[in-house]
Design a binder for this molecule. Structure first.
Ligand code: ADP
Ligand code: MG
Length: 349
């Protein structure tokens, strides 16, 4: 496995599209690292720079301590799995996997051994003699992965490899991919626009917007302590309120006044208040030590494992998620007390 360092990477395309606008990143050896962001934010461009398929206009990158800014793709110990599998449809599974090894001039006996090994590992053993165009999407995705892994790169780049699959298969391959990465101890740089996928798979996530890294951290940090409103919205949060005033630990928004836990840095005003929808407690009374608000249930959405309520508090919409276990079910029109712990009142930029 190799560590990767990106320094002040800029990439402009002809016209004035700025794909990357000064990216600094440290990716650790053996890490499952995910680039997360909306379509067009520069994820693929960043992978292509790592692979050597594009050159930066400015900045440098090192892989395994070696500066590879000027190194052509075939001399970098990097392999890529693209979203479109890029397999040879008329070749057998075996020959697709063996292709890279053949190109590298690996002798036949060793080639056979490695193809067999990786096929067992990814559970493709029984498919080796089939032609690719006879296989399902999930099987093709596994072959694309096997083909990249068999060359034993230090770094594997994966560009939205699961986004074409349906939900069940996708969840299964998410787990499989994560296990494979841990077992082989390779560095994975994984690209997705799906925040749930990023959270479930990654050691760390970098959130990108318009070619700029917004935040880097482990999933719980990016989700629970987003650095700004863009990251908060992208991670799926909806309860965001402009801060109208702050006095000591009391923050005023359109919802009303709420106590926060941590004293604020003096001199800091404004920003946005975030309340995650799963921290909100609903009941007939306000919980001890909590902020209390009066709410009315406007909508109820049944989601099986949980229930989502759209409440109205002080004329403002507020979303709350309740676990569907031993909780009372509220109906549209019910008046309830909304309890929010001061630790869960979060101020962001
Ligand atoms: P993502 O993978 O996050 O969807 P991309 O890296 O593909 O984003 O694209 C980032 C930006 O760069 C977009 O505005 C896109 O239109 C532009 N771009 C990407 N590749 C090219 C190219 N070859 N020529 C011109 N513009 C490009
Ligand atoms: Mg892309």
């Amino acid at each position: 496995a190799s560590a990767i360092t990106l320094r002040n990477l800029h990439k402009r395309f002809s016209g004035d599209a700025i794909a990357l606008d000064g990216v600094d990143l440290e990716i650790r050896a053996g890490e499952f690292f995910t680039l997360l962001g909306p379509s067009g934010c520069g994820k693929t461009t960043l992978l292509r720079l790592l692979a050597g398929l594009e050159a930066p206009n400015e900045g440098s990158l090192t892989i395994g301590g070696k500066d590879v800014t000027e190194t052509p793709p075939h001399l970098r110990s990097v392999n890529t799995v693209f979203q479109s599998y890029a397999l040879f449809p008329h070749l057998s599974v075996h020959d697709n996997i063996a292709f890279g090894l053949r190109m590298k001039g690996i002798p036949a006996a060793e080639r056979e051994r490695r193809v067999q090994e990786i096929a067992d590992f990814i559970k493709l053993g029984s498919l080796l003699e089939r032609r690719v165009n006879q296989l399902s999407g999930g099987q093709r995705q596994r072959i694309a992965l096997a083909r990249a892994l068999v060359c034993e790169p230090d770094v594997l780049l994966l560009d939205e490899p699961l986004s074409a699959l349906d939900a069940g298969l996708r969840t299964q391959l998410q787990v499989e991919l994560q296990r494979t990465q841990k077992r082989l101890g390779m560095t994975f740089v994984f690209v997705t626009h799906d925040q749930d996928e990023a959270m479930v798979m990654s050691d760390r996530i970098a959130v990108l917007d318009s070619g700029i890294i917004q935040q880097v951290g482990p999933p719980h940090e990016v989700y629970e302590r987003p650095i700004n409103a863009f990251v908060a919205r992208f991670m799926g949060h909806v309860n965001l309120f402009d801060i109208q005033g702050i006095h000591d630990v009391t923050v005023t928004t359109a919802l009303g006044e709420l106590a926060m836990e941590a004293p604020l840095q003096p001199g800091k005003h404004g920003g946005v208040m975030l309340i995650r929808q799963e921290v909100i407690e609903l009941g007939p009374t306000v919980s001890e030590g909590y902020n209390g608000l009066d709410g009315v249930v406007k909508e109820r959405h049944y989601r099986g494992s949980r229930i989502e309520y759209r409440l109205e508090v002080n004329g403002q919409p507020l979303m709350a998620t309740a676990s569907n276990l031993g909780q009372r079910l509220y109906a549209v029109g019910d008046r309830i007390k909304v309890s929010i712990h001061p630790e869960d009142v979060v101020r962001i930029e």
